[in-house]
Design a binder for this molecule. Sequence first.
Ligand SMILES: Cc1cc2nc3c(=O)[nH]c(=O)nc-3n(C[C@H](O)[C@H](O)[C@H](O)COP(=O)(O)OP(=O)(O)OC[C@H]3O[C@@H](n4cnc5c(N)ncnc54)[C@H](O)[C@@H]3O)c2cc1C
Length: 268
Amino acid sequence: MDESISAYPDQRDFPFLDATSRLSPHLHFGELSVKECWMLIWQQIEQCDPKAKQKIPDAMWAYLRQLVWREFCHYLLFHFPGIDQEPFNKGFEKFEWQDNKHLLKNWQQGQTGYPLVDAGMRQLWHTGWMHNRVRMVCASFLTKHLLIHWMEGARWFWDTLVDADLANNSCGWQWVAGSGADAAPYFRIFNPILQSRKFDASGDYIREWIPELKNLDARHIHAPWEADAGVLKKAGIEIGKTYPHIIIEHAAARQRALDAYTRLRSKQ
Ligand SMILES: Cc1cc2nc3c(=O)[nH]c(=O)nc-3n(C[C@H](O)[C@H](O)[C@H](O)COP(=O)(O)OP(=O)(O)OC[C@H]3O[C@@H](n4cnc5c(N)ncnc54)[C@H](O)[C@@H]3O)c2cc1C
């Protein structure tokens, strides 16, 4: 850890930047303990001149907070050993999940028609890793847009992630699905197009993982189906042929998820 960590809070959400530590597999397999990691950073915070280098200790605190999330997940798994199998919030037991093997496969293979989701799922398949922001967007897409059970997603991540960790994976999935241990004041639904515009504005992350969209400009790459025929033709894209049609329309999917949530609440 050195001054490069000072960019961590501002850059950690942008998948194209290599701004996170990528320590998760090493922490999972115990090559590095959380205590060791914590103490290394803590010692550096103490050595920093608080006035001259305030940005660095602030960034180190931001990093330590992520380690606390990890510890929280492990605490939950220890005290609630069923969290990989059942909703932490029991109210979710009656949620109307839908079983659809075809859509599940589209999601697993990065063929949903939503570029950020597809880029993340392909990064996972090719490298065994996926950026945290994109994990949230992909998990939200499966559980909210497709209404497929979070355990299907957790199983796929378990099989494909190099940092697959029962505590972090179960917590991450339950947090996104809405059944986790956080007091979610509302039913969170990530908009895959807005998330893409915000966190991959240039489209570079998408271009890296979806070569068939590589010639599309930053304005159209987040929602290629909205581009004019001429723009698509120039970029060598034929929706439905070179890149899939969207498998579900965002606004309709969002409303369907909200309706399912309203019905769930009325059963409680
Ligand atoms: C649906 C979903 C599934 C996930 N599955 C896993 C998993 O199987 N294994 C796993 O290690 N992490 C998982 N995470 C958490 C997080 O995405 C990864 O820990 C992080 O992306 C790893 O990259 P990094 O080491 O560069 O993180 P950094 O940003 O550098 O963070 C440092 C460390 O803090 C811990 N950490 C960071 N974010 C989280 C978080 N949200 N929850 C718990 N611990 C965190 C990790 O141990 C990480 O190595 C999941 C998140 C989601 C949304």
